[in-house]
Design a protein around this ligand. Structure first.
Ligand code: ARG
Length: 461
């Protein structure tokens, strides 16, 4: 029997009944639905719309349902349509006609908006702690690798050597922005629509601020139409989540490249890699590949929500039911990927010191520093740049590196080269010399490590 069945003469077509139902996925909102209903019942009792005794009995009934759900007694049944209807029906079974008073001054339209916002605020808090855990894992790697050098790339061509710590710190920064973005989104999720009723408010003397406060919301919607039809926050959330996935998939891609034989910068530990069913020699980077791959579904949810919302007339439309799976799956995907990436960083990467140092020694990535050397001898940068270009060409034709040139050969190219040019070609000296703020110079990286230690590991010290 539907809550709305009196109006209808015939029952629903069984396929349509299933098609219409959301309980298979929105049962996930049970905790929030119960919290919302308890706050609503307390408000009805406090304002005298129902008696305080009735409110108390409803609250007790709702807590019984919570217990029954935790024991697996109260389960989703698609005949109940959605979680809101299921709870109300169960309450009425438990309390008799009193259960039917719960929905006074409320509609499922403001109810579902309240549940989803409550759920999302809680999940954003949870994502924030996962993001912080990943930052800490990256920080620990960074701290241990201040003096480990790695080639830095632009266009995936060797550019200049870097401190590996600097590389990890870049990701800590990105994730810092993700956290601040999610916290901005949270401010706009943290608004209570309850009391907007179906679309226009109610004639009963409800107290919206009371329920909002009870539920921990910071604010209430000012306009009842907007309250039941605003889904901006779902788009904002999936947009912020998409950027998290962009960052995770960039890091994943680097780990995949680094672990290839071509790079050989890192080998994946047995705990975090998988074998091939056919090729016995293989160790596959499935974990970062999955993280990279899963970004697609989160971007898809963002696109789906934008399309679902566009062109909808005021106020509530059933289209909104489609927001839930997108939000639930976005949360689950991002939180799983964050956990997997944290494990991968913590225990999945063995950096191959030998290949890394061979890599930074065996290229022309100190060429900029030769140009800077000439600049220090008062040669204009553009001219210095041309001179070094010529040197690189000479080396390439002789199949040697810059460090293999003799002082005589340096001098032949330009008289101002002195013996100290050889020190300039040592990658560690090159890195140490990047003294500008935010650069990869060891002292600058140490400053950044101190900043993040303070923020992540030992705040207020
Ligand atoms: N399951 C519905 C949803 O997710 C609940 C609201 C139903 N409201 C309505 N007027 N049919 O949006």
């Amino acid at each position: 029997m539907k809550t709305w069945s009196e109006r209808f003469e015939e029952g629903l077509n069984p396929f349509i009944e299933r098609f219409n139902a959301s309980i298979s996925f929105d049962f996930l909102l049970l905790e929030e639905d119960l919290d919302g209903s308890i706050a609503h019942a307390q408000m009805l009792g406090k304002t005298g719309i129902i008696s305080p005794e009735e409110a108390f009995q409803i609250e007790t009934g709702l807590e019984t349902i919570r217990r029954e759900a935790s024991q697996g007694i109260f389960k989703p049944d698609f005949l109940d349509e959605d979680v809101h209807t299921a709870v109300e029906k169960r309450l009425t079974t438990l309390l008799g006609p009193l259960g039917k008073k719960l929905h006074t001054g409320r509609s499922r339209n403001d109810q579902v908006g309240t549940d989803l916002r409550l759920w999302l605020c809680r999940r954003i808090d949870d994502l924030d702690s996962h993001l912080k855990c990943l930052q800490i894992a990256l920080f620990n790697k960074a701290e241990r690798n201040l003096f480990t050098l790695i080639p830095g790339y632009t266009h995936l061509q060797r550019a200049q050597p870097l401190s590996l710590a600097h590389h990890f710190l870049a990701y800590i920064e990105m994730i810092g922005r993700d956290r601040s973005r999610l916290s901005d989104v949270r401010e706009r999720v943290d608004i209570c629509p309850l009391g907007a009723a179906a679309l226009a408010g109610t004639s009963l003397p409800i107290d919206r601020v009371y329920t909002a406060k009870k539920l921990g919301f910071s604010n209430i919607y000012s306009n009842s139409l907007d309250a039941v039809s605003d889904r901006d926050f779902t788009v904002e959330f999936t947009a912020a989540a998409s950027l998290v996935m962009v960052h995770l998939s960039r890091l994943a891609e680097e780990i995949i490249l680094w672990s290839s034989e071509e790079f050989s910068f890192v080998s994946l530990t047995d705990r975090c890699s998988t074998g091939s069913s056919l090729m016995p020699q293989k160790k596959n980077p499935d974990v970062p590949e999955l993280i990279r791959g899963k970004s697609g579904r989160v971007f898809g949810h963002l696109q789906g929500l934008l399309t679902m919302s566009k062109g909808l007339p005021m106020a509530y439309n059933k289209d909104f039911q489609e927001d839930k799976e997108a939000i639930f799956d976005t949360y689950k995907t991002v939180s799983d990927c964050l956990k997997a990436m944290t494990i991968l960083i913590d225990e999945g990467l063995d950096f191959c010191e030998k290949s890394l140092s061979e890599a930074v020694e065996s290229d022309f990535s100190t060429a900029t520093d030769v140009a800077d050397y000439l600049v220090s001898k008062n040669i204009p940068f553009r001219e210095a740049y041309q001179i070094v270009g010529r040197i690189v060409r000479i080396c390439l034709s002789k199949e040697i590196l810059l460090k293999d040139l003799t002082l005589k050969e340096w001098k032949e190219i330009h008289s101002c080269f002195e013996k100290d040019i050889f020190e300039k070609l040592i990658p560690a000296n090159v890195v140490a010399g990047r003294i500008s703020e935010g650069g990869t110079g060891f002292n600058r990286v140490q400053e950044q490590l101190a900043k993040w230690r303070n923020e992540l590991i030992s705040p207020n010290q």
